[in-house]
Design a protein around this ligand. Structure first.
Ligand code: KMH
Ligand code: ZN
Length: 311
């Protein structure tokens, strides 16, 4: 693993997992998403991971005009690294979702390392009724959702990252995805050093427990030696325990309303910034590690810099 004393602290501000009924704090419009990202950066996040939603209904969409508006708004007020998703609205094909890279030419974007079942339907049990008509069928529909990222898709989309100088953050939802990344590296479709995001606790991927994080780290050590860095996403209530574990292992972490709506048991987070501030405090107290500046992260991850983007 590549060592870096300070933290790469990402904040995923809205995502495509949770729906408006689940939290009044979930940002929906481009203005709200940008404001939440800027406040999260002020609280210590150096990378802001963005999805977009229909401004009226909050339904996740792959609208590149909305991505452009969000990225431009953030850039005006923050030097945080803007990392748009290529996971997007998960039922759409990767060859559509990748369109945000040529449109924004971002410094970094997420890249999902394999296909998985992506079950959000268990969330249905927690709510009696929904604000918007689309919410229930959207969640129910994930019973048969395959979040598609085939080898053919990756062979097609990775050169697009390369063409725009966009560093892929490799989303690994299971151990097999680490071997996919190794395969793509061996074939020259990925370049060292890699930045891996271990995603634990998505229904369809690896379970969110400490032993699995340790295992994914051990496998990454075997496959990539000192040519990788890693961060962790713990879905739901696992966000802070796994985040802290990763930080104590020399890794990094992501928080945000995309992955977790609660500040603590039974208490909905009022903002993404509150989630960032909690992790910053825990990390400082427990490990002495603090968030790096965005430019220190740019140097560590060898990013092209904000002037190289199209927003
Ligand atoms: N949804 C997260 C579990 C992406 O946007 O490309 C992982 C993610 C993937 O954020
Ligand atoms: Zn995402």
């Amino acid at each position: 693993m590549r060592s870096f004393d300070d933290l790469v602290l990402s904040c995923a501000v809205t995502g495509a997992i949770h729906t408006p009924t689940m939290s009044p704090s979930l940002p929906i419009t481009p203005e709200e998403i940008a404001e939440e990202a800027i406040a999260a950066a002020d609280a210590g996040a150096n990378v802001v991971h963005v999805h977009v939603r229909d401004p009226e209904t909050g339904e996740p969409v792959n609208d590149f005009d909305l991505f452009d508006e969000v990225a431009t708004r953030i850039r005006k007020e923050s030097d945080a690294i803007v990392q748009p998703t290529t996971g997007g609205e998960p039922s759409s094909p990767p060859r559509e979702r990748i369109g945000v890279v040529p449109r924004l030419a971002p410094e970094m974007a997420s890249c999902n390392m394999g296909s998985i079942n992506f079950g959000l339907y268990p969330l249905l049990e927690r709510y009696d009724e929904f604000e918007h008509d689309w919410e229930e069928p959207y969640l129910e529909g994930t019973k048969d959702l395959i979040f598609r990222n085939t080898f053919g898709d990756l062979e097609t989309i990775l050169p697009v990252f390369d063409a725009h100088g966009t560093k892929p953050e490799l989303e690994c939802y299971d151990v097999g995805h680490l071997y996919n990344a190794k395969h793509l590296l061996d074939r020259g479709l990925l370049e060292s050093p890699l930045h891996l995001q271990f995603v634990l606790g998505i229904h369809g991927g690896i379970g969110a427990d400490a032993a699995n994080l340790t295992h994914m780290h051990r496998v990454a050590e075997d496959l990539f030696g000192d040519q990788y860095s890693f961060s962790v996403i713990g879905a739901g209530r696992n966000e802070f325990p796994l985040g802290l574990q990763a930080i104590s292992m020399g890794g990094h972490a992501r928080v945000g309303l995309e992955d977790n709506l609660y500040l603590r048991k039974g208490e909905l987070a009022e903002s993404n910034a509150d989630l960032v501030a909690k992790l910053v405090d825990l990390a400082a107290e427990q490990t002495g590690r603090e968030p790096a500046s965005p430019n220190q992260v740019r140097e560590f991850l060898d990013l092209k810099g904000p002037d190289g983007t199209a927003f």
